[in-house]
Write a protein that binds this ligand. Structure first.
Ligand code: CA
Length: 241
């Protein structure tokens, strides 16, 4: 391989080009067609080696890497990609194994999805990853309904008024707004907003959600933006869509 870091394509907004590395032909085909329908340029390969080669070609904005591939361990494939390019990588794993996920994030993965996952869920993760790696200020502003979140200024506005949020409330709202419509578990929130990868008290999340709700002028009985599902998690939605 002769590719060098400098060749990495820089994401400039628009619909990202996605490389899928997945050996399950059924998943590969259905994901490819769903993402293509949604306007993405998609390429899909079935082995780690072809994935590494395609990833370093510099023609993709993001790589979705299955960890269970026939020819190479997923962590090894990730290491090979990372040694030549800083293209964002979302790893797809069959097990919701926190120790393994933390290991992969430390090894250079940008985010992860747990199988089975939908094309919509993957797309939300891809957008979040690209937003984090982008230097374009427009990419750094999230809009969900009447809610606007400026990630650089760390300011949120709701119905054209500034929202007074604590640092933790801001983190929580931004995390949910990066994945609009996607269900997020409390365990995931504890890991990624509270930085407690081995869990903590769900009550902590509940209390912060109720404070956020209050600031958005809604209640658990009559939710608009913040929709919780008992025992499953929470998602942020645009009530007008
Ligand atoms: Ca697999």
């Amino acid at each position: 391989m002769t590719a060098v870091r400098g060749r990495t394509r820089r994401y400039r907004g628009g619909v990202p080009a996605i490389l899928i590395v997945e050996d399950d032909q059924r998943i590969r085909q259905s994901l490819s067609s769903r993402l293509a329908e949604r306007g993405h340029q998609v390429d899909a390969v079935g082995t780690a080696m072809s994935g590494v080669e395609a990833a370093v070609s510099g023609t993709f904005d993001v790589v979705v890497l299955d960890l269970g591939l026939p020819d190479l361990d997923g962590a090894e494939a990730l290491r090979m990609i990372r040694s030549v390019t800083d293209v964002p990588v979302v790893v797809a794993t069959a097990r919701d194994d926190e120790a393994e996920i933390v290991r992969l994030l430390n090894a250079g993965a940008d985010d992860y999805v747990v199988k089975p996952y939908s094309a919509e869920h993957l797309e939300a993760r891809v957008r979040a990853v690209l937003r984090r790696s982008s230097s374009d200020p427009e990419q750094r502003t999230l809009v969900v309904g009447d809610l606007t979140i400026d990630l650089d200024a760390r300011e949120a506005r709701f119905e054209d008024r500034p929202l007074e949020l604590t640092a933790r409330e801001f983190e929580l709202l931004a995390y949910l707004a990066e994945r609009p419509g996607s269900m997020v578990s409390k365990r995931q929130l504890l890991a990624e907003v509270w930085h407690q990868p081995y869990g903590g008290a769900d009550k902590t999340v509940d209390v912060h959600l109720s404070w956020l709700r209050k600031k958005l002028g809604e209640t658990a009985a009559e939710p608009r933006y913040i929709r919780t599902q008992r025992g499953v998690g929470v998602r942020l939605v645009d009530p007008g869509s």
